[in-house]
Design a protein around this ligand. Structure first.
Ligand code: AMP
Ligand code: MN
Ligand code: MN
Ligand code: MN
Length: 278
């Protein structure tokens, strides 16, 4: 069975490795088909594709778009996209446009909570200043020795109800699905088990997503428990969505699952990659 991993992050967003390093690592870890899906960012794709091609790794161009749905942040992965699509490029520019100002507000909240210099501190970890996000702040707080790792930081800061959480309006669901479609790709709901929606809201989101042309849902992801693999396998089957698998790898010290290390998709699902693989 092919080892397919269609979700991970490079330095171009909030991962720790360059696109080249990730491609080599994916190959070493036994991945056969690999996608790079940086947050709201396409700039790593050309390098990732070139290195993947050199080492005989099938590459799928991807992106993970931040959206706001019913007041909460949701992530939509776009797969097999054309990264030269102007609609997608312009759309992502509008999403990223909000990150810098949000970063300033995060830093102000952290300063009030006793964490000084956080904006400059986080920027050191952001290869792209315009991609600045919570993971970069978390790395700075680890550097200060306040907590041992980024997961601990997220438990105490940066999430809803804690200092450093700034409510933010990202793209809409319709925009994200539309941009991905305009770029010839398939839209996938990322890590559905992570959203704090009740059943009615989740079903409504799924319904809108499919009406808009959304194609898939992540079933096996680094953010799900084994029970959730089964739960979202059922959702994929009953809704007719294609199933995806992705580690959501950011770096060895931060991610529970390395590239290619997750279990396979449960049987009887149609993989999102069914007509892409060589
Ligand atoms: P942002 O787009 O700036 O809001 O940052 C979102 C990113 O923060 C996610 O893609 C994860 O990499 C990271 N993140 C969010 N919540 C957590 C958490 N509870 N623990 C660790 N990392 C998290
Ligand atoms: Mn991330
Ligand atoms: Mn995500
Ligand atoms: Mn991700």
């Amino acid at each position: 069975m092919l080892n397919v991993d269609l979700h991970c992050h490079s330095k171009m967003s909030d991962g720790v490795f360059t696109p080249s390093e990730l491609a080599v690592r994916a190959k070493e870890k036994g991945v056969d088909v690999w996608a790079l899906t940086d947050h709201d960012e396409l700039s790593g794709i050309a390098e990732a594709r070139a290195v993947a091609s050199d080492i005989g790794l099938q590459f799928i161009a991807g992106v993970e778009i931040s959206i706001t749905w019913a007041g909460k942040t949701v992530h939509i992965v776009g797969l097999n996209i054309d990264e030269h699509s102007e609609q997608l490029i312009d759309g992502l520019a509008s999403v990223k446009g909000g990150r810098y100002g949000r970063g300033k507000e995060i830093a102000a909240q952290l300063a009030a909570a006793g964490i000084a210099g956080a904006f400059e501190g986080a920027l050191k970890y952001a290869e792209n200043p315009e991609s600045i996000g919570r993971t970069h702040f978390a790395r700075y707080i680890v550097e200060l020795g306040v907590h041992a790792n980024v997961n601990e930081v997220f438990r105490h800061f940066l999430i809803e109800g804690k200092p450093g959480f700034v409510p933010h309006r990202w793209a809409t669901l319709a925009q994200a699905v539309g941009w991905i479609g305009a770029a010839g790709g398939r839209a996938v709901i990322a890590h559905p088990g992570r959203y704090a929606f009740d059943q009615i809201a989740f079903d409504a989101m799924l319904d809108s997503f499919q009406t808009l042309g959304g194609a898939g849902i992540e079933v096996v992801t680094g953010s799900h428990t084994p029970d959730q693999y089964q739960q979202y396998a059922k959702v994929a089957k009953s809704s007719g969505l294609l199933a995806s698998r992705g580690s959501d790898f950011h770096g060895p010290a931060e991610s529970l699952f390395d590239l290619g290390s997750l279990p396979p998709l449960p049987a009887d699902l149609t993989p999102i990659w069914h007509d892409w693989v060589r």
